[in-house]
Design a protein around this ligand. Sequence first.
Ligand code: ATP
Ligand code: MG
Length: 658
Amino acid sequence: MSQEDATLEARLAEQEAFEPPESFVEQANVTDPGIYDEFEENWPECWERAADLLSWDESYDTVLDDGNEPFYEWFTGGELNASYNCLDRHVEDGAADREAIKWEGELGETRSYTYGELLEEVETFAATLRGLGVEEDDVVTLYLPMIPELPIAMLACARLGAPHSVVFAGFSADALATRMNSADSEFLVTCDGYYRRGDALDHLSKTNEGLDGVDHEVSDVVVVDRLGDDLDHSLADNQRDYDELVAEYDGESVEPVSRDAEDMLFLMYTSGTTGQPKGVKHTTGGYLAYTAWTSHAVLDLEPEDTYWCSADIGWITGHSYIVYGPLALGTTSVMYEGTPDYPDKDRLWEIVEREGVDVFYTAPTAIRAFMKWGSDYPEEHDLSSLRLLGTVGEPINPRAWKWYYKHIGDEECPIVDTWWQTETGGMMITTLPGVNTMKPGSAGPPLPGVDARVVNAQGEEVDAGQAGYVTVNKPWPGMLRTLYNNDERFLSEYWQEYSDKDADEWVYFPEDGAKIDDDGYITILGRVDDVINVSGHRLGTMEIESAVVGVDGIAEAAVVGGDHEVKGEAVYVYAIPEDDYEGNAELEERAREAVLDSIGPIAKPEDVIFTPELPKTRSGKIMRRLLEDIASGNELGNTSTLRNPEVVDDIAAQVETD
Ligand code: ATP
Ligand code: MG
């Protein structure tokens, strides 16, 4: 550890609460703490604040229609078009020349689109899709990596009222087939390939393999030529080159189709690490209003901002906070194709400096990687344009939070730790950056108008400090409306556990564990199935992980339960040492002590295993199920959805020799 890191550690380690910097508050979109009461007293009409951020073709009659719970409807009677809201209206307001999307390829090439240019591209591609026979309500599958054609295609679909279903490009051929079958999707937009760490990946072969598994006719496949001569391919009869096809429709204008507020905007399949993927249905009015509102209130976005969310558009985070939210507000949204360590580990900070990024949103797993690489990389760059930082996807441990705060934000940017899910459409639990005190490790209070609680197994609110489960006891505009073609699973998956149907009380269950403190701040402990039962005591894996990654020299950790003859389950810790450290007995001892100190002897690790990597899903989440199998000595389950399947065998081999 460098001298400077040591000083930071000493000064920040003890600090548990941070006030939003004055310089931020002075300019923030939301600064009045009264907003919480205002929303509560005026619920559900408070949500008009969100709807007001949009332009409606037809204004709505009812804010919330709860006539058929839990199939809630929002802004009923209203009509609007999402692409009109993200493009045309900004052009009409005189912002045609403002940049909408600034894209950077992994090899360094750049493409940027003003709102005027993006509108033209979207209209042309909408005309193209219509020419291919795409009609309102047809589901169009987009199997594309982080290239500008992805948001262009999404907005073109939205313009026609054809829901899109984006399949993350890193997913397998099988995943593509399952999703196209489930959605009965007859149209596909894909590409020849893309770059990863300088290598040209063949995407078209994978696409073709996937198409072999589709059980209905796919009438048209549009293929973007991303790699040029770097990859040779020939197209099948129903496959058309994007550029050639689009040239036939150049300059055509397509009127945005007025959609009912409740009409489907898109389908998004959750990663589905177990079982059949769930087709989460989001609608035009509620979803767009909710993402615009949270982009305004939480990300603090202004049209003048250059904003960067480093997620992939293939996840909900990219849908809501690269495309729909920021563009609805007329902001400049940065898009980057590649990995953060190519060609070197300062790639992201180079982009922040060059583009003058104001607001940056990323995931804890990325932050822990930055931390592991060391602060020299961000220090080489001027990051003073940054005003606000955000994280999403997993709980962030206080040490990573403080590193982010100090080394990226220079102690001048608030951090919003935003808890939400594919199903919620947008952020649910987080501080408002211009209002609330921040507590590292805790996401914060529920947003105004969001009735999230922490309850016990009986659904009663737990006392401060006690662990329980998150529930959401009132609907919100961004919520999923159902699982596509599967109302039954929608009911059983989310509404079974805590609703009291006889009393007509409907409670949404996100399946996450949490704690709440005296100020109403919620600390997410992880998913319900990430709970370890040691001799009858229920321990949250996240809490133990947080203790372990609080140790100097440990960058990342995964804690799982392994079968134990006496205790039922025992705690196993898998940890990645920081770059300058090695996994030795001394580091192991410190990890054990940290667990004892913060949780108690009941959580005493059975084993601490050091490893250079942890098995991760393609969205960067640790695949605990596999680590459990290793700890329990079980046969290893399916590793095909992993980003780095090879590490599993390495870890297993190490556990055997230990
Ligand atoms: P699947 O539901 O298909 O298994 P998934 O739950 O990983 O996949 P997402 O909807 O992308 O798919 O992730 C939502 C989950 O991520 C939340 O339920 C929660 O467990 C976790 N999460 C998201 N943001 C945060 C956060 N800020 N703090 C803690 N956990 C978070
Ligand atoms: Mg989930």
